[in-house]
Design a protein around this ligand. Structure first.
Ligand code: KG4
Ligand code: ZN
Length: 342
């Protein structure tokens, strides 16, 4: 078949997404449906509701991107779907739809590790355009994956070749943002709200802990920071105080992440770039703290545009393209995996 178009499906958490990409990384069509409103009343993602929402919306999204790109099943070269890690109900919905489509179209299926999707996105032509490396972003690079469910520092050496240098000992960084935001009376998910509140606060008023700062390695820990926020909030805060706590919290997280990233770069001296991904990468204070670390090491900071930092299907299609190129396709009986470390 002369097509080089790969369909990507994402359904591992609370974003339902589909995308069509050419092998050269051209995005033909993409769609993401957030289930935020379905879960907000519960203050977090409810797995059963997520699975049912993927079931209700994913086929329609696939139809939409295919119509938009003017491509039918005959126009596909392969189908890639997230096969883990994530909530099993949603994974089954996406992977099964993907397998069914691959089977019907007679093309290979690729069961993608969601984390590898995040990890390879910065190689998508168009994301990395600094012109530092003429051929695009080269392996190895250092990835700080900062989201609500994942918080890790990974040396990305190649497709399917990743070395985790550090991870969180307790909460993921996005989780810490969301929990602290909740303590401050902000709506879920609290990360973006907390950033907005922090903008008017004084980061120096409250001395919040900077967990693991200065320690060897690049593990993370955020639960102590959240407890410190809880203790301050328990004493009672006015409006001004809430902003000051938010600013102090964000400054502590940014400083901790910068410290961890600097340690990780020392552990991976051949890295070509520092890459940041995941929803928390949207935070401007955190981006600029990491940019400073990268600059000090003489490396570019690569941060995909926000829509490609948060969960999406472009990253799944792209990881599929990278794997397909190496012949790393999967069987139709591949089981989705709720746990699947890189
Ligand atoms: O990658 P993502 O969309 O979903 C997964 O967790 O996989 O990340 C969502 C997380 C949430 O915890 C959210 O509060 C956080 O990213 N987040 C932010 C910001 N925008 C999103 N945290 C801090 N500052 C932000 N601007
Ligand atoms: Zn994700």
């Amino acid at each position: 078949r002369d097509s080089d178009v790969v369909l990507g499906l994402e359904s591992s958490c609370d974003e339902t997404a589909a995308a069509l990409l050419r092998a050269d990384g051209t995005i033909l069509a993409e769609a993401v449906l957030s289930q935020l409103e379905d879960h907000t009343p519960y203050g977090g993602v409810v797995p059963e509701i997520a699975a049912r929402a993927h079931l209700a919306h994913l086929p329609g999204l696939v139809r939409r991107v295919m119509a938009e790109a003017g491509i039918g099943p005959d126009g596909l070269a392969a189908v890639a779907a997230t096969a883990g890690p994530g909530l099993i109900g949603g994974l089954i919905v996406g992977a099964t739809l993907g397998k069914g489509m691959a089977l019907a179209a007679g093309v290979p299926f690729l069961g993608i590790n969601h984390l590898e999707g995040h990890a390879l996105t910065p190689r998508l032509p168009g994301v990395f355009k600094a012109g530092v490396h003429a051929g695009g972003l080269e392996f190895p690079y250092l990835l700080m994956l900062l989201s609500g469910g994942h918080c890790q520092c990974v040396r990305v050496e190649g497709v399917g070749r990743h070395v985790r240098l550090g991870t969180t000992l307790d909460d993921a960084v996005g989780e810490a943002f969301d929990k602290s935001a909740k303590l401050l009376g902000l709506p879920w998910p609290g990360g973006p709200h907390l950033e907005r509140l922090a903008a008017s606060g004084d980061p120096a008023r409250f001395a919040l802990p900077r967990p693991l700062m200065g320690r060897p390695g690049c593990d993370f820990s955020f639960s102590g920071l959240k407890t410190a926020v809880a203790n301050i909030v328990a004493k009672g805060l006015d409006e001004r105080g809430r902003a000051d706590v938010a600013a102090g919290f964000q400054a502590a997280v940014a400083a901790t992440l910068a410290d961890r990233a600097a340690h990780a770069l020392a552990m991976a001296p051949d890295a070509t770039a520092l890459v940041v991904a995941g929803g928390v990468a949207a935070n401007k204070g955190i981006r600029s703290a990491l940019a400073a670390v990268a600059a000090k090491a003489g490396l570019p900071l690569v941060a995909p545009p926000i829509r490609l930092c948060t969960d999406n299907a472009v990253m799944i299609a792209w990881a599929g393209i990278e794997r397909l190129r190496l012949g790393l396709t999967d069987e139709l009986d591949q089981a989705p995996r709720p746990r699947w470390p890189l």
